[in-house]
Design a protein around this ligand. Structure first.
Ligand code: ADP
Ligand code: MG
Length: 679
C-alpha cells in the first residue's frame, strides 16, 4: 500500500508531524478534513466591515506603534479608500513590526471586534501585497494541526494526494444515491477546496451533502466492522445451557416479590441466549433500582443447573460484598455454593476460595477486580456476569471471559443508561436488553435544589427526619484536584455533625477506609443501626439500603449528570417517600446550571443520559476505556441520526452481497490500524 513516505515532495519533518496526527497514508490524509474555512476570495471595504464577521481587507499602513498600556501591543492602522481600522497584535516579532511599518500595502484577514477606537482586528493574518496580487480563487481550508506543521504545509501535503488514484469509490452507487448523497471523490475534493460561491455557513455547519456523504461513510464503516465482529462471534462456540426448570422455580417461590413484566421479558431474552451454541454478549440496561441483580441470579441458575460455573464481578468491595450476601441469601438455600474473592481477604480465606473456584466445588464465584487475575481459575466457567460494566475496561472483561473453555456467555449490566444513538453506534455489536420499569410500590423521589446559604435549614430537616426513624445519606463534595482534600472535607463534616447532633447515630464512609471497616459501616447502616451516613462518592454504585429515604448532596454543581443520577438512585428504593436535596453554591457556571436543571426536571435515566451526551459529547461520555472502536471524527450522532439508521440497516446485507466493497470501505476508513476488538 502507498504510504505518505512514497509521495514526492514531503520532507522528513513534515512526515513526522503528519504521523503525529495519525496520518501515514494518502487515504487517511485525505480524510483529514478542515475544521473551518476562511474566505480570502474577496476584499471587503473597511467601511463595510461588520462586527463579529470575518473578512479580508486591503490597505496601506498609515500608522504603526508599539504601546505599553494597558499591555504591550503592536497597533497598526490600515487605510483603504473607504476608511480606516486598527489591527492589534499582542504577541509579535521584530520582523512583524518591520513588515507592518508605515507605507506598506497589506492584506489582512480576521474577525471584526470592538476595540478602544472603533472596530479592530486582533491577530489578523497579514501578507504584503501589490496592486496586482490576485485574490484566492477558493475558500481556504483550515485544518487541525500540530506544532511544527503549518497550515501551508498541510494544505500542500493534501494537494499532493488529492488525485483520482486515491479517491476511488468504495461503495456501489445504489448504496448512497437513494439518500441523495454525492460520490466520494466529488465530496472529498469539495471539502478540501470548496468553490468560491460555496455557502460558508452551510459548509462550516457540515450541513451540505458532501459532508453528509463522508459522515455516512464513516458511520457505515463503524457498522460494518461491528457487524463483522458480531457475525464472527455467532460462529464461535459456547456451552449450550438448557433452560432451568428446577432451580429458577424454587428461587421464584421464595422471593418476597414478583418479577415485573420488564424483568420477565429480559429474563426470557437472556435464557434464550444461553441455550445457543455461541457466546452471548448481552448488555442489560436498567435504571438504578430496576432490579438487575435478581435477573442476574436467574441467569446464573440456568448455568448452574446445566452443570457450569458462574462468575460475577463488581467494581467495588462494598458492592461485591452486597452481591455476595444477597446471592447467598437467595441461592444457598437451593444448595448452591458461592465462593467469594476480594483484594482484602487474608491468605487462607483467599486460598480456600480460589480452590473452590478451580475445583468446581463453588458453582458461583463473586468478587471484585481480583476475579480476572492470573491466579484465578475455574473448572467450568459457563457464564461471566459483570455488574456496572462501564467501570471495567475492555481488556478486563476479556481477561475474565478467557477463563472459560469454550468461551463463556457474558452478561454485562449497567445502570448508566446508554442513549439510543450511542447504543446504535458504539455498542452495535452487542445485544441489548432493557428493564424499562421500576418495581411497583416505589414512590417517586422528590428532588430539591437548595442554595448553600440554607445549609442549616437542611441540616435541621435531616435531623428531624432521622428522629422520625428515617435514614439519610450526606454526600460530601467531589474535589477533583485532591483526594486528600475530599477526605478532609468528609471528616470535617462528620465531626461537625457529631457535635451538632449528639442524639443521632452518625457514621462516616470513604474510599480510604479498610474494606472490612467500610463493610462494617455499610452493614450497620443496612441494619438501621445508623441514622445518618456521611459519605464520599464510594456509595455511588449499586448500594442498596431500602430504608434510606433522604439524601443530601453537597456542592451538587461539581458532579456529573450520571453521577448525580446514580447517587440519587440510592434513595427511593423502599416504600417511603424519598427526597434528594441538591445543595449548590453560587455562582454557577453555565454547564453546572444546565446539569442541575436536567437532574431537577428528570428522573428517567435514559432522558438524563441523552442530555448528558448532548452536554458532553460522545468522547467524554464514553471515556477512552469504553471500547476499542475508533471514535467518530466526522459524523455527529445527533445531527446525522438519520444516516446512522441507514448505515445500520444496510450493513448486514452489504456484508452478504458485496463483501469486496465492504473490505475496500473498511480499508479506507479503518486504515489507521485500529484493531477492532470490542467488549
Ligand atoms: P439495580 O438494578 O439498581 O441493581 P437491585 O437489583 O439492587 O437494583 O434492586 C433494587 C431493589 O429492588 C432490591 O432491594 C431488590 O431486591 C428489589 N427488587 C428487585 N426486583 C423487584 C420486584 N420485581 N419487586 C419488588 N422489589 C424488587
Ligand atoms: Mg445493581
Amino acid at each position: 500500500m502507498t504510504t505518505l513516505a512514497d509521495i514526492k515532495g514531503l520532507t522528513k519533518p513534515q512526515l513526522a508531524s503528519l504521523k503525529k496526527l495519525g496520518l501515514t497514508t494518502p487515504q487517511n490524509l485525505l480524510l483529514h478534513l478542515p475544521l473551518r474555512y476562511v474566505d480570502e476570495t474577496r476584499i471587503t471595504s473597511i467601511r463595510d466591515l461588520r462586527l463579529g464577521e470575518s473578512a479580508q481587507i486591503e490597505g496601506e499602513v498609515v500608522h504603526a506603534e508599539v504601546t505599553y498600556k494597558p499591555r504591550k501591543a503592536l497597533i497598526v492602522r490600515l487605510q483603504d479608500a473607504s476608511g480606516e481600522v486598527n489591527l492589534r497584535f499582542l504577541h509579535f516579532y521584530p520582523s512583524q513590526v518591520a513588515s507592518l511599518s508605515v507605507g506598506k500595502q497589506i492584506r489582512a484577514y480576521g474577525e471584526v471586534r470592538h476595540g478602544f477606537f472603533g472596530y479592530e482586528m486582533v491577530h489578523p493574518q497579514c501578507k504584503a501585497v501589490r496592486d496586482d496580487t490576485p485574490v484566492n480563487e477558493q475558500l481556504t481550508p483550515v485544518y487541525p494541526t500540530t506544532a511544527g506543521l503549518t497550515q501551508f504545509n498541510i494544505r500542500g501535503a493534501i494537494a499532493r494526494v488529492l488525485k483520482p488514484e486515491f479517491l476511488g469509490e468504495t461503495l456501489p452507487e445504489s448504496v448512497y444515491r437513494p439518500f441523495r448523497l454525492p460520490g466520494f471523490e466529488h465530496s472529498i475534493v469539495t471539502l478540501h477546496s470548496p468553490p468560491p460561491d460555496a455557502d460558508l455557513t452551510a459548509l462550516e455547519n457540515r450541513a451540505i451533502p458532501e459532508w453528509r456523504r463522508l459522515a455516512f461513510d464513516e458511520l457505515l464503516a463503524q457498522q460494518l466492522s461491528m457487524r463483522k465482529h458480531y457475525v464472527k462471534r455467532r460462529a464461535s462456540d459456547a456451552p449450550m445451557l438448557k433452560p432451568s426448570v428446577r432451580l429458577v422455580n424454587q428461587l421464584l417461590e421464595t422471593l418476597p416479590f414478583k418479577l415485573t413484566a420488564a424483568q420477565q421479558k429480559v429474563v426470557a431474552e437472556i435464557a434464550d441466549d444461553l441455550t445457543q451454541p455461541h457466546p452471548m454478549q448481552r448488555l442489560l440496561q436498567g435504571d438504578v433500582g430496576s432490579g438487575k441483580t435478581i435477573v442476574a441470579a436467574i441467569a446464573a441458575l440456568q448455568a448452574i443447573e446445566a452443570g457450569w460455573q458462574v462468575a460475577l464481578m463488581a467494581p467495588t468491595e462494598i458492592l461485591a460484598e452486597q452481591h455476595y450476601k444477597k446471592l447467598s441469601h437467595w441461592l444457598e438455600p437451593l444448595g448452591v455454593r458461592i465462593a467469594w474473592l476480594t483484594g482484602s481477604q487474608n491468605k487462607a480465606a483467599r486460598q480456600a476460595n480460589l480452590d473452590a473456584a478451580s475445583s468446581g466445588a463453588a458453582q458461583m464465584v463473586v468478587g471484585t477486580h481480583v476475579l480476572f487475575q492470573e491466579n484465578v481459575s475455574f473448572a467450568r466457567l459457563g457464564l461471566a456476569i459483570i455488574d456496572e460494566q462501564h467501570r471495567f475496561g475492555v481488556q478486563q472483561r476479556l481477561a475474565l471471559r478467557q477463563k472459560g473453555q469454550p468461551e463463556p456467555h457474558q452478561l454485562m449490566m449497567s445502570a448508566t443508561p446508554i442513549p439510543r444513538t450511542l447504543s446504535m453506534s458504539y455498542y452495535a455489536d452487542l445485544d441489548v436488553s432493557v428493564i424499562d420499569e421500576l418495581p411497583p410500590g416505589r414512590t417517586p423521589i422528590i428532588t430539591k435544589l437548595v442554595a448553600d446559604e440554607r445549609r442549616d435549614e437542611v441540616l435541621a430537616r435531616v435531623h428531624e427526619a432521622c428522629l422520625q426513624g428515617r435514614q439519610a445519606y450526606w454526600v460530601c463534595p467531589l474535589i477533583e484536584e485532591s483526594e486528600a482534600l475530599q477526605l478532609q472535607t468528609a471528616q470535617d463534616t462528620y465531626a461537625h455533625m457529631q457535635t451538632t447532633f449528639p442524639d443521632l447515630k452518625i457514621a462516616l464512609v470513604h474510599g480510604r477506609l479498610k474494606p472490612a471497616e467500610k463493610q462494617a459501616v455499610m452493614d450497620a447502616f443496612a441494619r438501621n443501626k445508623i441514622h445518618l451516613l456521611v459519605a464520599t462518592t464510594v456509595i455511588e454504585v449499586g448500594v442498596d439500603v431500602p430504608n434510606a429515604s433522604l439524601m443530601v448532596i453537597e456542592h451538587a454543581e461539581r458532579f456529573g449528570l450520571s453521577q448525580l443520577h446514580q447517587l440519587r438512585g440510592r434513595v427511593g428504593r423502599g416504600a417511603n417517600k424519598s427526597t434528594c436535596i441538591l445543595l449548590y453554591q453560587m455562582p454557577l457556571s453555565e454547564t453546572a446550571r444546565a446539569r442541575l436543571k436536567v437532574i431537577f426536571e428528570n428522573t428517567d435515566g435514559f432522558v438524563i443520559a441523552q442530555e448528558d451526551l448532548k452536554l458532553r459529547g460522545p468522547g467524554e461520555y464514553l471515556g477512552t476505556r469504553q471500547s476499542g472502536v475508533p471514535m467518530l471524527k466526522i459524523a455527529d450522532l445527533e445531527r446525522d441520526a438519520d444516516l446512522l439508521q441507514v448505515a445500520k440497516d444496510m450493513a448486514g446485507s452489504l456484508l452478504e452481497t458485496a463483501p469486496q466493497a465492504v473490505e475496500a470501505h473498511l480499508q479506507r476508513w479503518l486504515s489507521q490500524g485500529a484493531e477492532l476488538v470490542k467488549v
